[in-house]
Design a protein around this ligand. Sequence first.
Ligand code: NAD
Ligand code: UD1
Length: 335
Amino acid sequence: MILITGGAGFIGSHMCVALAEAGHRFLILDNFSNSARDVVGRIGALVGRAPLVAEGDVRDEALLDRLLAEHPVEAAIHFAGLKAVGESVREPLRYYRENIDGALALVAALGRAGVRRLVFSSSATVYAPTPAMPLDETAPLRATNPYGWTKLMIEQMLHDVARSDPAWSIACLRYFNPVGAHESGTLGEEPQGVPNNLAPYVAQVAAGQRPRLQVFGGDYPTPDGTGVRDYIHVMDLAEGHIAALRHLAGHAGVHTFNLGTGRGTSVLDLVRSFEAASGRPVPYDIVPRREGDVGECWADPARARDVLGWTARRGIAQMCADAWRWQQHRATLPS
Ligand code: NAD
Ligand code: UD1
């Protein structure tokens, strides 16, 4: 059984489906601070049985000890945490506290229970800003905001833990830009309030919930002047975790992988793909650059391909089609 912290969230909920498809049982631990309780029923409908769920905080070590004593957990995937960059700049202590304490509590409890296999959700935000693309795992590291620092600090902590006890096998997966939704359209991203990220914002403009997209910067040194990112379908991302779990079964130490497609897509490319997928216009204005943004960011995913045997299979058209199916389904759910 796999313990999946933050399993009710955007990536975690898709992970549950990928785990079930790969024949794994799973136990969700989530405090529902950034997810809806009804997602559990929607996961259950996709996997054909009610998921095991513990409602609580990953920082609650007594709860973790109890769960690990009661269930035959072989490995954990750690998604739970706070992830909004701007909020982390305004509330750094909350981010350091929640993200670092969560990881420390989980690793300590896993160690006590003799479970030494862990997959950690890291991020491409750990790479120092650079115009040199693509980024491979050896690119220089430096965070530019407290959220990013929590990811780097947790990666460092995991290296130190694995060095202290060679029985640990740990994967740090650096995600590029996860987008899309389950192809059924019944799971997807549910940002609260105004979305910070491009894909959910575009979906809401296409749906008529917001009037226009603001494109942050039209003067980057990119083919159309707008920012270029490596968008990856959330189900491809989840399948990358399955490949990482398989790898960890035979390999001790810390293993770091980029999870991206290796392809860059500009803001305007994504807008056009979403218009095609939805059949709706996405009106936009080009406005000044967003502070802290880089022009281009995309992965060299060769290591994950060569070592894990994993590559992303779904393209931008499918990411937009699935996100649009979810956008429409979401409008039918009770709020
Ligand atoms: P999300 O907010 O949708 O999911 C996180 C889940 O964890 C939510 O269900 C939330 O309720 C839960 N949670 C938060 N704090 C908790 C706590 N203290 N105890 C128990 N549960 C808690 O986020 P997501 O997009 O699914 O991201 C998952 C992980 O991947 C995060 O660690 C995030 O930093 C990382 N990541 C995400 C992205 C992205 O663009 N979505 C990119 C890179 C890395
Ligand atoms: C964001 C996070 C980053 C995280 C990454 C992975 C921020 C500041 N950074 O980065 O830490 O690792 O997601 O998911 O949140 N854009 C617009 N208009 C919008 C929103 C975005 O033009 O309303 C542009 C941005 O300038 C950028 C692109 O769209 O060029 C993607 O933006 P976004 O979805 O926020 O992702 P990142 O900036 O890559």
